[in-house]
Ligand binder design. Structure first.
Ligand code: MN
Length: 315
């Protein structure tokens, strides 16, 4: 058993069944949340008999579900599978048949989900990234322990407002909702690498980052958004926990065009414009050559507004 596997194994959760979601406002002392969500238990105490877990039994091995939004043929998916295999050899890939970038957290409710088995551990779904995670956890791996969902590596960064559009992040949201620690990973590109994004940075730093994040513990209801800068691995200037930034949305435009028959059609497009990103944000981190990690909450409730509105409305 490679040392890498033994290393991460001790950091991973020991929940037996992927089940249930974090109960809002639950009291941990009285009613514990999902086992993986209790930091006190994760990483768990090393066990007396085999503290190093050098040869974990099959049932104890870490299992990772890999998905993305760029589709089953995307180069970034192969990169993410490689990253996952640096951590464990128990990896399943369930990804969309087609590019689903920008579909956010959508579900297929009006169309059937077509499942194509490529081999025993690779599956394509004619659906969204969210569909893929559900198919993975509730059908393909039904009844099997899944320790981690990884989504990506996306072709292009997912920062600032991207977070709300991204299918990559939505897949990690779905994993979190279904009770599995989940991490979204995206690789920024620059003008030079636009046509052929270079995933070397993700590949070199991905496994180490995941190992550290798991060792730090994952909270229930929180997913992690990791972005790698458009730099060579050795040119990365650091790793930083960053806030979700904000773009200048005035740059979002609708480009009118005409097809060959003179009929109008439109493309959504971001205009060019240099905006200095605020310090401490994901945008700033990437511009600075850093790997950016942003914890995102599933609960979008804004507590200050709850208080303010309750005062105004008396409820
Ligand atoms: Mn994408």
């Amino acid at each position: 058993m490679p040392a890498l596997v033994a290393g991460i194994h001790d950091c991973l959760p020991r929940h037996k069944v992927v089940d249930g979601r974090a109960k809002p406002g639950h009291d941990e002392k009285e009613k514990p949340g999902p086992p993986w969500g209790r930091k006190a238990e994760w990483p768990p105490e090393p066990r007396g008999e085999s503290p190093s877990c050098e040869e974990p039994s099959r049932s104890e091995k870490v299992r990772i579900l890999v998905t993305n939004d760029d589709g089953i043929h995307a180069p970034g998916l192969k990169v993410l599978e490689e990253i996952a295999r640096a951590l464990t050899d128990d990896v399943y890939v369930v990804a969309p048949e087609m590019d689903q970038s920008g579909v956010s957290h959508s579900l297929s409710l009006n169309d059937p989900l077509r499942l194509r088995k490529i081999d025993d551990t690779h599956f394509a779904v004619k659906g969204t990234p969210t569909d893929c995670v559900i198919m993975g956890l509730r059908h393909i791996l039904k009844g099997m322990k899944v320790d981690l969902v990884l989504s990506g590596v996306n072709r292009g960064q997912n920062v600032a407002e991207d977070v709300t559009y991204s299918g990559t992040i939505a897949a990690a949201m779905e994993g979190t909702i279904l009770g599995v620690p989940s991490i979204a990973m995206s690789q920024a590109y620059n003008f030079a690498t636009r046509e052929n994004p270079d995933y070397a940075c993700s590949l070199a730093h991905g496994p180490g980052i995941i190992r550290k994040l798991l060792a730090a513990g994952m909270e229930p209801g929180i997913l992690l958004n990791v972005n790698f800068p458009a730099r060579a691995p050795e040119e990365v200037t650091g790793v930083t926990v960053a806030l979700q930034g904000q773009r200048n949305m005035d740059l979002l435009q609708v480009e009118p065009r005409h097809d060959g028959r003179g009929n109008p059609y439109f493309w959504l497009a971001f205009g060019r414009g240099r905006v200095e990103p605020a310090e401490g944000t994901d945008l700033h981190a990437l511009a600075d050559g850093k790997i950016s990690i942003t914890p995102l909450r599933l609960d979008l409730t804004d507590l200050p507004s709850v208080t303010r509105l309750a005062e105004v409305l008396g409820g």
